[in-house]
Each structure stands twice: as C-alpha cells, then as structure tokens.
Design a binder for this molecule. Structure first.
Ligand code: NAP
Ligand code: MG
Length: 487
C-alpha cells in the first residue's frame, strides 16, 4: 500500500460502524468519503449505515440498557471521569484529526478537545447528583416520593462544526443518567466521533452502551430509529430545518426532543463599553471556528459614538489573522467545511455589498484548492441585507450603528432565532437590564464566549428546546416518577 500523507493522523482510527461493542461494515457495504477541506483531497472513507444497521444499533443499545442503568451512579461516574482523563491524554492526536476533517485551526481544535472532554468530567460529577425528593401531600397527608429514572435508548445526531464537543455534550449526560445511545455523527466529520470509541472502551464503557453509526442516509436512518418504541429521546444539534423535521418525526411515538438549532446572535457595543475588551470579545464571538458556530456573532450593533474607533481596532485585528491550512502553526483562519458553505458566505457578502455595504477588509473567496474565505468586515450594512437575517456560518462581521437602548433591544430581538446575544457595557445595571429584555437563551455580558459544560446551553424560539450542560443537561435524559405512599 502506498503511504498516504494522512496515515499518521489516521493511525488507530477505525472506519467501520461500531455496534454492540464490535466493528462491522454497513449491511449493504456502503461507504462515504471524508474530504480534507484545506486541499479538497479525499482523506479516507467510512462505513455508511443503512436502516438495517441503525436497527441493529438500537437492538444493541436496548440490550445494554438494563445493566447500564443498574450500575451504581458512582460506577458510571468513574467511567466518565476516566474518559475525561484519556481524552486529554489523546488530546493532540484528536485535535489534529479534527482539523484534518473539519478545517478549523489547531488552536480551535485543541480548545474544543478540552471543552469536549470536560463534558465527561462534569457529568461524572452529575451522575452522583440525581437527587429526588420526599414531601407530604398537603390535603391527603400521603407521602410524595419523587425519583428520576433513565429515559431509555437515546438517539444522538450531531453536526460537523464541533465534531467532538457536540458528541460528548450528549454522550456525557446520557451515560451519567443511565441511558444507552446511538450516535449518528455528521457525514462531513465522522472520524472524530469514531476516534472517541477506543477512549470510551478504555474508560470501561460496556459493549452496546455507546454505538456509533456514520451515515449519508441520515433521514432514513434517524427516521427509522424514531419509529422504534424503545427509543425515548432524540437529542439533535444542527439546523433549524432538520430539527423541525425531527420534531415532527418524534411526535409519532411521543419521543422527547432535545433540540439545539440555529442562531442569529447580535453583538451589541454600548458607548460606555471597554472598547479593547469589546474587540477581544468580538474576535472570539466571530472567529472561533471561523464563524462556523451557532453561537457566532452574526450581527454587530455598535453605538454611533464609538463605531469608528471600534471598527478601526476590530478590522485591524481581523486583517492580521493568518489564513491557511489549519494544521500549520499560527494559522487562525482555516478553510470552511465544504464548497457549499464557502459559496453561501460569498453570496451573502456580495448581496450586502450590492445593497450598499462598505467592505473594510476581506470579501472574496480565495482562488485555488481548499474552501478558504478570509476574515471580512462590512460597515454601513443596510437592513435588507440577507446576512443580518440568515446564519452566515463564516468569518464575516456585518456592522451597523445604533443610538438608544429601546431601539437596540427591538433590533436584537427581531429574529425568529433566540440562542445567544452578546453585549458590552461598563454599566452593569444597564447590562443586566438589557440582558433581561433580550429574547435569547444565553447572554454574554462583557464576554464573547458563553459555552461552558457547567452552564445550561440552549435557545428559545426557533433555536431549540431543552438545555445541554449544567444540571439541566442531565435532566433531559431522565424521566420523573412519583410514588404516592401511605406511611
Ligand atoms: P444539519 O444539516 O442540520 O445536520 C446536522 C446533523 O443532522 C448531521 O448529522 C446530518 O447528517 C443530520 N441530518 C441531516 N438531515 C437529516 C434528516 N433529514 N434527518 C435526520 N438527520 C439529518 O446541520 P449542519 O449542516 O451539520 O450544521 C450547521 C447547522 O447546525 C447550523 O444551522 C447551526 O446553527 C446548527 N448548529 C447548532 C448548534 C446548537 O447547539 N444550537 C450547534 C452547532 C450547530 P449529514 O451530515 O449526513 O447530512
Ligand atoms: Mg448538512
């Protein structure tokens, strides 16, 4: 076999389906190609599950369920804690693999591995805090005994933008709760999910508790699993469009939907903000993952008194970000994940410029191999520009000005999304007052990053249902049972 430049990075990564603790090809032999977005070369291929494979995975998860649920919480917690340690030990290898298939810079991948591993540690600690309640019924005097039991088999569907963290953010609480799972990772980035398998095995996760089935036939495969009465939770992260389809599918058997969907985050800078802090926050909120994040700042609103100063500092920093293959040292802007994503970003920028926006830096896709688009800043963006309403999912910052609080609150809320908003002000009472008026599940107040395994992540309106992380993340994989007792 000729040496491939990818061999080193792929060492030890199995490319079959992982079902019931064993690796196997798809029942019909199908495979899907994985592409390096920096070069457009094919890295390798992985097995692509069909409905029959998905049903085998549900069988395996259902068979493993009772023994896993019966384990003592401390035993489940210890396994998750070990998974955290092993994942960090394997961190550099995982980070490189993730950059290879997703394109994000190595520093973004390293940060993601640490964040992703933390979902194992946090949930190791949550596993032992599944706390119930006993009370006295006010009228009858009966005792009300409340406990939370594992929901059952959970189907987990994850996107390509955080290939490690979106998987661990679901696997962690599901396993802590005592559920068993079938994970279907995104077709663009199946390798990172497959690379988690040996880590979970080494940590002591029994066969069948976690099953991983990449598939190009997502609709059929996930739809098939949702028809099986043993599946009790569908936890999905991805687009609002697919989330809506899954909520419909889940309705048939009344499966619990946990949905982390799209966003359209406003980034608000008041006239009293610490401008240097606002610029740092803007760089993180915009450029983490090259803007390929549901939490990415999508619309910048800067008070007219500080607009020019903010734009000058922010654009200089954006211009200075090094673009290139994410695997190279010092690169901050890797390629976008695929041609479709890059072309949509280019189209949104062209639309804004045609409607009168001014290009301060960036603006055009890079010619040649790889799906590169440079860090871009636009000012004077008109209200009818598409990129103020649609998710950009790329390194583009459209900036508008504003004058007063009521105006900016109305503008920020004028979207069907409600995931996260960012605001910068030195006046904390204003910060909290405005935060409360914002119709978003999360607010970054003087911060450009809100994601934290210890906090409830999630959105309102069309950004989702349920929360991941914090204590709430565990509760989504538990059913409450109440026993009425005469003592
Ligand atoms: P996507 O197209 O919705 O895909 C997400 C996952 O769903 C992938 O595994 C995909 O598989 C699968 N899928 C696609 N069609 C399906 C169907 N009909 N039934 C069942 N599963 C299906 O989203 P994406 O393109 O990967 O990611 C970008 C979107 O995700 C953005 O809108 C972003 O805002 C959102 N996102 C949200 C969060 C959050 O926490 N709120 C986090 C990250 C991303 P294939 O890859 O095989 O198509
Ligand atoms: Mg997709």
């Amino acid at each position: 076999m000729p040496q491939s430049p990818y061999d080193n990075l792929l060492a030890g990564v199995r490319t079959e389906l992982y079902i019931g603790g064993a690796w196997r090809p798809a029942a019909d032999g199908a495979r899907l190609d994985v592409t390096d977005p920096a070069t457009e070369a094919t890295i390798t291929s992985v097995a692509s599950a069909c409905v029959e494979d998905a049903m085998a995975a549900v069988d395996a998860a259902a068979a493993a369920g009772p023994a896993w649920a019966a384990k003592k919480p401390r035993e489940r917690g210890e396994i998750l804690r070990k998974a955290h340690e092993i994942m960090l030990r394997e961190g550099e290898r995982l980070a490189r693999l993730m950059t290879l298939e997703n394109g994000k810079s190595l520093s973004d991948s390293r940060a993601e591995v640490a964040y992703a591993a933390e979902f194992f540690r946090w949930n190791a600690e949550e596993a032992v805090r599944n706390i119930g309640q006993v009370s006295v019924a006010p009228s009858s005097g009966a005792r009300i005994v409340v406990q939370h039991k594992p929901s059952g088999v959970a189907v987990l569907v994850t996107p390509w933008n955080f290939p490690a963290a979106m998987a661990t953010r679901k696997i962690g609480p599901a396993l802590a709760a005592g559920c068993t799972v079938v994970l279907k990772p995104a077709s663009e980035t199946p390798l990172t999910a497959l690379a988690l398998v040996p880590i979970l095995e080494e940590a002591g996760v029994p066969a069948g508790v976690v099953n991983v089935i990449p598939s190009r036939r997502s609709g059929a495969v996930v739809g098939g699993m949702l028809k099986d009465l043993r599946v009790r939770v569908i936890s999905f992260t991805g687009s609002t469009e697919v989330g809506q389809k899954l909520i419909h599918a889940a309705a048939e058997n009344v499966v619990k939907p946990v949905m982390e969907l799209g966003g359209n985050a406003p980034f608000i800078v008041f006239d009293d903000a610490d401008l240097d802090a606002a610029v740092e926050g803007a760089l993180i909120a915009k450029m983490r993952n090259m803007g390929e994040a549901c939490t990415s700042a999508n619309r910048f609103y800067v008070h007219e008194a500080v607009h020019d100063a903010f734009v000058e500092k922010f654009a200089a920093r954006m211009k200075g970000l090094k673009l290139g293959n994410g695997l190279e040292d010092g690169v901050a802007v890797g390629p976008l994940v695929n041609a479709e994503t890059r072309d949509k970003v280019a189209e949104l920028v062209d639309d804004a410029v045609a409607k009168g926006a001014k290009l301060v830096t960036g603006g055009k896709a890079v010619a040649g191999a790889g799906y590169f688009f440079p860090a871009t800043v636009l000012t004077g963006v008109p209200d009818d520009a598409r990129l103020l309403r649609e998710e950009i999912f790329g390194p583009v910052a459209p900036i508008q000005t504003f004058r007063d609080e009521d105006e900016i609150v109305a503008k920020a809320n004028a979207t069907e999304y409600g995931l996260v908003a960012y605001l910068f002000t030195r006046d904390l009472s204003r910060g909290l007052r405005v935060s409360e008026r914002l119709e978003f599940g999360m607010v970054g107040l003087n911060r450009g990053l809100v994601s934290d395994p210890a906090a409830p992540f999630g959105g309102v309106k069309q950004s989702g249902l349920g929360r991941e992380g914090g204590h709430e993340g565990l509760m989504d994989f538990l059913e409450t049972q109440y026993v009425s007792v005469t003592w």
